[in-house]
Design a protein around this ligand. Structure first.
Ligand code: NAD
Length: 366
């Protein structure tokens, strides 16, 4: 039996995670997936009940779980809590504590969504790439950081972008190995023209490729050019590797090739242990979306496709992963649309109804 800790979190997190949970339960019941699903408290609601954003029971469950299914965090309720309480249980802290250094964000264009996407259909043809975002370092964690008051009364906010050789090589190796299982092309993205951390990033990725991955075609782009290229011709990419903040921003941009931010899944992975297993957290790329939270209209497909990544990367079920991705494709091909992916004139369905459609497609395909 494998244990999945399920943490809905805030905003639309519990809504989309609820549908992903039903999909996991379907695989347990219908495909004999040996999993135990454990729902865990987290966030503003957990704080009200236990005084902690990340209660001890949830921490223990995370440590013991084979994988974590996470919804989203953030929004006004969390922002209203004391700084120390938020810092205690922040998602960034979970990522750091579990050493989840490699964040995989696949970007795939579904032909059924060409009309709904803001890019032209001919630009979307053949789009299938993965952004590997470094998740444990860079400016989100660098010290010193803070807001200080200067002698002249002004305030100054500051953060530090920092990367070491080993941090860069760890994620670059992961991305190079991933490229080897795909089309053999890696694009490394930095800002080496103005940032020393970017110079080091570029040198280290190139050196690792030259020493150990001569079969991989490596290119380099500055992040501003990469943002433009993702919109101009997203099909040119196979694997992109980049740092924490650039990966964060580029993947929201790349979401437009998939039709909506609500379509994107992700996997955050730690180092492999002696048996090859990795700590893993699966979550949609989007946040808590306070503007639509509680309305039952959020797109659950990013969360559901995160379950497909879990099936493939943690649960050792590549055929089930393909079954689920096929069911999502069939659901879209049949015309089911939440509001964010509805082309003009189409009446959208809600979060729960989209989950129902995916489950019905799984029933048909099984
Ligand atoms: P967001 O991703 O929550 O939302 C951006 C826009 O996309 C919103 O208009 C939202 O309605 C829409 N959207 C997002 N997911 C959708 C879905 N599944 N279906 C339909 N529409 C969807 O980003 P934001 O508004 O910048 O941030 C809101 C909060 O989420 C902030 O507190 C932020 O810190 C947090 N956040 C959390 C995570 C995470 O938990 N991993 C990631 C990003 C942002």
């Amino acid at each position: 039996m494998m244990t999945i800790a399920i943490i809905g979190g805030e905003g639309i997190g519990p809504e989309v995670t609820g549908e992903a949970r039903r999909v996991l339960a379907w695989f347990a019941a219908r495909r004999r997936l040996p999993v135990v699903l454990q729902d865990q408290a987290y966030g503003a609601e957990a704080y009200r009940r236990t005084g902690e954003v990340l209660p001890a029971a949830t921490r223990a469950a995370i440590a013991a779980a084979d994988a974590i299914l996470f919804g989203a965090t953030g929004g006004p309720e969390l922002a209203a809590l004391p700084d120390a309480a938020r810092a205690q249980g922040g998602l960034l802290k979970i990522r750091k504590d579990l050493t989840l250094f490699a964040n995989l964000r696949p970007i795939v264009s579904h032909p059924a969504l060409y009309e709904a996407a803001p890019l032209k259909a001919r630009v979307l043809e053949g789009v299938d790439f993965v952004i590997v975002r470094e998740l444990n370092g860079g400016i989100y964690f660098g010290e010193p950081r803070g807001i200080e008051t200067l002698p002249d009364g002004q305030r100054r906010g500051f953060n530090t972008q920092t990367y070491t050789t080993s941090e860069i090589r760890r994620v670059a190796r992961f991305a190079l190995e991933l490229a080897r299982t795909r089309r053999g092309r890696l694009c490394s993205v930095d800002k080496a023209n103005v940032m020393e951390s970017g110079v080091l990033w570029r040198e280290e990725v190139q050196a690792l490729r030259d020493a150990e991955f001569p079969d991989i075609a490596l290119s380099h782009l500055y992040v501003d050019n990469c943002a433009m290229q993702i919109v101009r011709q997203p099909s040119q990419f196979d694997v992109i590797v980049t740092d924490n903040i650039f990966g964060d921003i580029l993947s929201d941009c790349a979401a437009m090739a998939a039709g909506s931010l609500g379509m994107l899944p992700s996997a955050s992975l730690g180092p492999a242990d002696a048996t090859g297993r990795r700590q893993a957290l699966y979550e949609p790329v989007h946040g808590s979306a306070p503007d639509i939270a509680g309305k039952g209209i959020a797109n659950p497909l990013g969360a559901i496709l995160s379950v497909a990544m879990m099936l493939r990367l943690t649960l050792g079920r590549p055929e089930d992963a393909a079954l689920l991705e096929g069911a999502v494709g069939a659901t879209l091909a049949a015309g089911a649309r939440t509001a964010d992916i509805a082309e003009p004139g189409v009446v959208p369905i809600g979060t729960r109804a989209m989950g129902d459609e995916v489950l019905a497609a799984l029933d048909r395909a099984n």
